[in-house]
Design a protein around this ligand. Structure first.
Ligand SMILES: Cc1ncc(COP(=O)(O)O)c(C=O)c1O
Length: 446
C-alpha cells in the first residue's frame, strides 16, 4: 500500500506492523500525528486535536516541555549510556531518593525497568524472590482480577484479565494464576466517584485462598482503578478489605499504578488517595511524561532487606534487570518531571480540576448511545452501546471524535478520557464539547 503524496505521509505504510491497531483499516485511512505542543496535536492533514487521553495516559504535563527536552539534551551531551549492572551513575540514585519521598510508608526501595509490562514482570519476580529468601518455596501462585490490564509480557498478561489479549496465548500463560471478579456492578452505571456497593467483591480473594490455600499465594495484584478496561472505580471499602485478606494470609499486595501513579487521582498515588498501602507498587507512563520509556517498582524496605540478607556479601541478590534499567536519558527526563511536579504543584492542580472534569463527563449522560459513565480524578470512562459486534461502536466513536478534533483511547466499546494535568477549564470544556460532537455523529450514522 502506498501513502498519498502528502509530505506528512511516508511513501510506504506496508512495513510497519502496528501494535494494537486495525492495520488494514489504518493503512487505508491513516491517522498520523505530525506535531504536538502543550495539550494539542496536529495531524498530517493539518487537523488540530486536543489531547483528551494524554497520549496513552503518559503525557500529563503536555507536549514539547522545554524543561524536559533540555534535561535530556544536557544528559546526552554529558553521558549518553552506562551499563546498569555492577556499575551506575549518580542520577538514578538521585531519582530513586526523589521517588521514595513520594511513595507511601516504607515503599522506599526502587527498581527500574523499561515500561509498565516489565515493571509488573519485575514485581512478580520480586514477590517470588522475597518468599524464596524467607525459605518459603511453596508460595508461587498469583491472584489477578478480571478486566485487569497489567501489560503484555507473559507474567503481566497472565495476571491481567482482558479476554481479547489473552485468548490467542492461553497455551503459554504462567501457571498457578487465579482471578477475582471485576468490580463493575449494574448499579455503578452513572455513579460519580467511588460506588457505595461492591466492597464484598474483595472476598473473592478469601474464596480463592480457601480453595487453593492462602499459604500458597505469593501476591495479589490489582490496579487501584482499572484503567485500560474503561476506568472501573473501586467501590468504597474494597481496597481496604482486599488488604485485610492479604494480611490475614501473608499474601503480598501489589498495586499496579502505571496509570494512576503520579497524580491522576489528585494524590501522588492512588494508594494515598484511597488510604491503602500495598507492599509493592509499579509505575511507568507519567514518570517521564511519556517521552522516554521507563518503568519503576517501589518495594517495602522489609522485602528488600529479606532479599538482600539471603545472599552472602559479593553475590548478586536478584538475578534480574534490563539493559535499559534506569539509563541516563530516562532518568534525566524523570528528574525534570519531578521538578515540574513540585514547582507547579501538579497534584493539587489535578485536585482543583477533577470535579469540573467529572461534571463535564457526566453531562454526556443524555446522549442516547451512552450506556455508562464512570470516573475519578482526571480519569474517565464512557461505555457506548454495542452495535452489531463488540468493539465496532467504540472504534467508530473514536474515529468520529478524532475527526471532531479530540483524541481519546477506545478499548472495545469503552472510551477512556484522561486529560493532561495542565488543562485549564477551557480545555476541559473543549474536550467535552468535541466528545459530544464525536458521539453524536456516531449516533446519527446508525
Ligand atoms: C495498569 C497498567 N499496567 C501495565 C501497563 C503496561 O505498560 P506498558 O505498555 O508500558 O508496558 C499498562 C499499559 O497501559 C497499564 O495500563
Amino acid at each position: 500500500m502506498k501513502g498519498s503524496n502528502s509530505p506528512n505521509i511516508p511513501n510506504s505504510l506496508n512495513e510497519h506492523w502496528m501494535p494494537f491497531t486495525s492495520n488494514k483499516d489504518f493503512k487505508k485511512n491513516p491517522r498520523l500525528i505530525a506535531n504536538a505542543k502543550g495539550v494539542y496535536l496536529k495531524a498530517h492533514d493539518g487537523t488540530t486535536l486536543i489531547d483528551g487521553s494524554s497520549g496513552l495516559y503518559c503525557n500529563p504535563l503536555g507536549h514539547g516541555r522545554r524543561e524536559i527536552i533540555e534535561a535530556i539534551k544536557n544528559q546526552l551531551e554529558q553521558l549518553d549510556y552506562t551499563m546498569p549492572f555492577q556499575q551506575g551513575y549518580g542520577g538514578s540514585f538521585e531519582l530513586a531518593t526523589k521517588i521514595a519521598q513520594k511513595t507511601p510508608e516504607d515503599l522506599n526501595r526502587i527498581f527500574y525497568t523499561i515500561c509498565g509490562s516489565t515493571a509488573v514482570e519485575t514485581a512478580i519476580k520480586i514477590a517470588i524472590a522475597y518468599f524464596k529468601a524467607k525459605g518459603d518455596d511453596k508460595r508461587f501462585r498469583f491472584v489477578g482480577r478480571e478486566r485487569g490490564y497489567h501489560g503484555m509480557n507473559i507474567g503481566s498478561l497472565t495476571v491481567g484479565g482482558m479476554i481479547n489479549n489473552v485468548k490467542a496465548f492461553t497455551s503459554i500463560l504462567m501457571p498457578g494464576v487465579e482471578h477475582m471478579r471485576h468490580t463493575f456492578l449494574p448499579d455503578h452505571k452513572f455513579v460519580k466517584g467511588q460506588p457505595e456497593t461492591g466492597a464484598e467483591l474483595a472476598d473473592d480473594l478469601e474464596t480463592i485462598a480457601q480453595k487453593i490455600g492462602g499459604e500458597n499465594i505469593a501476591a495479589c495484584i490489582v490496579e487501584p482503578i482499572a484503567g485500560s478496561t474503561g476506568t472501573l472505580i473501586p467501590p468504597k471499602g474494597y481496597l481496604q478489605r482486599l488488604k485485610k485478606i492479604c494480611d490475614k494470609h501473608g499474601i503480598l499486595l501489589i498495586f499496579d499504578e502505571v496509570v494512576t501513579g503520579w497524580g491522576r487521582t489528585g494524590s501522588a498515588f492512588a494508594a494515598q488517595e484511597f488510604g491503602v498501602t500495598p507492599d509493592i507498587m509499579t509505575m511507568a507512563k507519567a514518570t517521564t511524561n511519556g517521552i522516554v520509556p521507563m518503568g519503576v517498582v517501589a518495594v517495602r524496605e522489609s522485602i528488600y532487606e529479606e532479599v538482600m540478607s539471603a545472599t552472602p556479601d559479593g553475590g548478586i541478590e536478584l538475578f534480574h534487570g534490563y539493559t535499559y534499567s534506569g539509563i541516563p536519558v530516562a532518568v534525566s527526563a524523570a528528574l525534570a518531571v519531578q521538578k515540574i511536579f513540585e514547582e507547579e504543584d501538579i497534584f493539587n492542580k489535578v485536585k482543583s480540576m477533577r470535579d469540573y472534569f467529572q461534571e463535564g463527563l457526566h453531562s454526556l449522560k443524555d446522549l442516547e448511545c451512552v450506556e455508562s459513565i464512570r470516573g475519578y480524578g482526571l480519569l474517565g470512562g464512557i461505555d457506548i452501546k454495542m452495535k452489531d459486534k463488540p468493539g465496532k461502536a467504540g472504534y467508530d466513536v473514536y474515529k468520529k471524535c478524532f475527526k471532531a478534533g479530540v483524541n481519546i483511547k477506545p478499548t472495545g466499546d469503552a472510551l477512556i478520557i484522561a486529560p493532561p494535568f495542565v488543562c485549564e477549564r477551557k480545555h476541559i470544556d473543549e474536550i467535552i464539547n468535541k466528545l459530544r460532537t464525536g458521539i453524536s455523529n456516531h449516533q446519527k450514522s446508525k
